[in-house]
Design a protein around this ligand. Structure first.
Ligand code: CUA
Length: 175
Protein backbone atom coordinates (compact mmCIF):
# COMPACT_ATOMS: atom_id res chain seq x y z
CA UNK A 1 0.00 0.00 0.00
CA UNK A 2 1.43 3.36 -0.98
CA UNK A 3 1.33 6.10 1.66
CA UNK A 4 2.35 9.58 0.68
CA UNK A 5 5.41 10.72 2.76
CA UNK A 6 3.62 13.86 4.00
CA UNK A 7 0.61 11.79 4.96
CA UNK A 8 2.89 9.38 6.81
CA UNK A 9 4.42 12.25 8.79
CA UNK A 10 1.00 13.48 9.86
CA UNK A 11 -0.09 9.97 10.82
CA UNK A 12 3.00 9.67 13.06
CA UNK A 13 2.34 13.12 14.61
CA UNK A 14 -1.31 12.21 15.29
CA UNK A 15 -0.35 9.01 17.09
CA UNK A 16 2.45 10.77 18.99
CA UNK A 17 0.05 13.48 20.23
CA UNK A 18 -2.38 10.81 21.47
CA UNK A 19 0.55 9.14 23.22
CA UNK A 20 1.53 12.40 24.95
CA UNK A 21 -2.08 12.94 26.11
CA UNK A 22 -2.27 9.40 27.47
CA UNK A 23 1.08 9.80 29.27
CA UNK A 24 -0.17 13.06 30.83
CA UNK A 25 -3.32 11.26 32.02
CA UNK A 26 -1.30 8.44 33.61
CA UNK A 27 1.20 10.89 35.15
CA UNK A 28 -1.67 12.94 36.62
CA UNK A 29 -3.22 9.89 38.25
CA UNK A 30 -0.03 8.12 39.38
CA UNK A 31 2.50 10.90 40.03
CA UNK A 32 0.25 13.81 41.07
CA UNK A 33 -2.50 11.71 42.64
CA UNK A 34 -5.31 13.53 40.83
CA UNK A 35 -8.59 11.76 41.39
CA UNK A 36 -12.10 12.45 40.15
CA UNK A 37 -14.33 12.25 43.20
CA UNK A 38 -17.69 10.63 42.69
CA UNK A 39 -20.88 10.74 44.77
CA UNK A 40 -20.40 8.45 47.78
CA UNK A 41 -23.95 8.36 49.15
CA UNK A 42 -27.37 9.94 48.81
CA UNK A 43 -29.20 12.11 51.32
CA UNK A 44 -32.56 13.90 51.43
CA UNK A 45 -31.69 17.63 51.07
CA UNK A 46 -35.01 18.61 52.71
CA UNK A 47 -34.37 16.44 55.77
CA UNK A 48 -30.71 17.08 56.64
CA UNK A 49 -31.67 17.48 60.31
CA UNK A 50 -32.16 13.71 60.53
CA UNK A 51 -28.86 12.80 58.88
CA UNK A 52 -25.15 12.99 59.67
CA UNK A 53 -25.45 16.68 58.67
CA UNK A 54 -27.68 17.50 61.65
CA UNK A 55 -24.66 19.03 63.40
CA UNK A 56 -22.18 20.07 60.70
CA UNK A 57 -18.64 20.90 61.71
CA UNK A 58 -15.31 19.43 62.69
CA UNK A 59 -14.93 16.16 64.57
CA UNK A 60 -11.63 14.98 66.03
CA UNK A 61 -11.25 11.26 65.29
CA UNK A 62 -7.86 11.05 67.09
CA UNK A 63 -4.33 10.48 65.76
CA UNK A 64 -4.49 13.67 63.68
CA UNK A 65 -7.57 12.47 61.79
CA UNK A 66 -10.57 14.78 61.45
CA UNK A 67 -13.89 14.72 59.66
CA UNK A 68 -15.51 17.98 58.58
CA UNK A 69 -19.19 17.99 57.62
CA UNK A 70 -20.19 21.02 55.56
CA UNK A 71 -23.57 22.11 54.23
CA UNK A 72 -23.55 24.34 51.16
CA UNK A 73 -26.51 26.67 50.78
CA UNK A 74 -26.98 29.89 48.84
CA UNK A 75 -24.58 31.64 49.56
CA UNK A 76 -22.55 30.29 52.41
CA UNK A 77 -20.95 27.18 53.84
CA UNK A 78 -21.95 25.89 57.27
CA UNK A 79 -19.68 26.00 59.21
CA UNK A 80 -17.98 29.09 57.80
CA UNK A 81 -14.58 28.02 59.04
CA UNK A 82 -12.74 25.21 60.76
CA UNK A 83 -9.43 25.22 62.59
CA UNK A 84 -7.00 22.30 62.68
CA UNK A 85 -3.37 21.89 63.76
CA UNK A 86 -0.73 21.56 61.06
CA UNK A 87 -0.28 17.96 59.88
CA UNK A 88 -3.98 17.11 60.23
CA UNK A 89 -5.58 14.72 57.77
CA UNK A 90 -9.11 16.00 57.19
CA UNK A 91 -11.94 14.22 55.39
CA UNK A 92 -14.45 16.71 53.98
CA UNK A 93 -18.03 15.43 53.76
CA UNK A 94 -20.24 17.92 51.97
CA UNK A 95 -23.78 18.19 50.68
CA UNK A 96 -26.09 20.94 49.44
CA UNK A 97 -29.41 22.09 50.83
CA UNK A 98 -30.57 23.80 47.64
CA UNK A 99 -28.75 24.01 44.31
CA UNK A 100 -25.48 22.73 42.87
CA UNK A 101 -22.41 24.36 44.43
CA UNK A 102 -18.69 23.79 44.24
CA UNK A 103 -16.13 23.11 46.98
CA UNK A 104 -12.52 24.04 46.31
CA UNK A 105 -9.79 24.60 48.88
CA UNK A 106 -7.02 26.78 47.59
CA UNK A 107 -3.56 25.20 47.25
CA UNK A 108 -4.88 21.77 48.24
CA UNK A 109 -6.13 18.79 46.28
CA UNK A 110 -9.80 19.39 47.14
CA UNK A 111 -12.15 20.34 44.33
CA UNK A 112 -15.55 18.76 43.79
CA UNK A 113 -19.15 19.54 42.95
CA UNK A 114 -21.75 19.63 45.71
CA UNK A 115 -25.06 18.36 44.41
CA UNK A 116 -28.34 18.40 46.37
CA UNK A 117 -29.28 14.83 47.27
CA UNK A 118 -25.73 13.56 47.07
CA UNK A 119 -22.79 13.46 49.47
CA UNK A 120 -19.31 14.37 48.27
CA UNK A 121 -16.28 13.21 50.22
CA UNK A 122 -12.56 13.85 49.80
CA UNK A 123 -9.55 13.88 52.14
CA UNK A 124 -6.41 15.96 52.30
CA UNK A 125 -3.49 16.56 54.67
CA UNK A 126 -2.70 20.14 55.74
CA UNK A 127 1.10 20.29 55.89
CA UNK A 128 1.42 24.06 55.99
CA UNK A 129 0.30 26.70 58.46
CA UNK A 130 -2.00 29.41 57.19
CA UNK A 131 -5.50 30.42 56.21
CA UNK A 132 -6.83 28.62 53.15
CA UNK A 133 -10.04 29.77 51.54
CA UNK A 134 -12.82 27.46 50.47
CA UNK A 135 -14.44 28.69 47.28
CA UNK A 136 -17.72 27.80 45.63
CA UNK A 137 -16.68 27.33 42.02
CA UNK A 138 -20.06 26.45 40.50
CA UNK A 139 -22.28 29.38 39.59
CA UNK A 140 -25.16 29.24 42.09
CA UNK A 141 -26.92 32.61 41.87
CA UNK A 142 -26.48 36.33 42.32
CA UNK A 143 -24.20 36.10 45.38
CA UNK A 144 -22.11 33.18 44.09
CA UNK A 145 -18.99 35.33 44.16
CA UNK A 146 -19.15 35.87 47.94
CA UNK A 147 -19.73 32.20 48.82
CA UNK A 148 -16.61 31.14 50.68
CA UNK A 149 -15.29 29.55 53.84
CA UNK A 150 -11.92 29.10 55.51
CA UNK A 151 -9.64 26.40 56.82
CA UNK A 152 -7.29 27.78 59.47
CA UNK A 153 -4.21 25.62 59.96
CA UNK A 154 -2.48 26.49 63.20
CA UNK A 155 1.15 25.88 64.10
CA UNK A 156 2.56 23.44 66.58
CA UNK A 157 2.32 26.06 69.33
CA UNK A 158 -1.43 25.61 69.34
CA UNK A 159 -1.01 21.91 70.11
CA UNK A 160 1.53 22.61 72.89
CA UNK A 161 -0.87 25.06 74.52
CA UNK A 162 -3.44 22.33 74.93
CA UNK A 163 -1.12 20.04 76.90
CA UNK A 164 -0.93 22.01 80.21
CA UNK A 165 -4.73 22.00 80.31
CA UNK A 166 -4.74 18.22 80.03
CA UNK A 167 -2.02 18.01 82.75
CA UNK A 168 -4.13 20.12 85.12
CA UNK A 169 -7.10 17.85 84.58
CA UNK A 170 -4.90 14.82 85.25
CA UNK A 171 -3.57 16.45 88.45
CA UNK A 172 -7.04 17.27 89.72
CA UNK A 173 -8.42 13.81 89.03
CA UNK A 174 -5.21 12.22 90.37
CA UNK A 175 -5.68 13.69 93.85
CU1 CUA B 1 -22.41 28.31 45.71
CU2 CUA B 1 -21.49 29.37 43.74
Amino acid sequence: MHVDPLERIWMIISVAVLGVFFAALVAGAVVFDVRLPGPVARVDPLDLGNTEFAEPGLRNMGNGEYTAHFIAQMWAFTPTEIEVPVGSHVTFIVTSRDVTHGFLIERHNINFMVIPGQISRQSVTFNEEGVFYIYCNEFCGTQHHVMQGRVIVTGESAIVEEEPVLDEVALVTGE
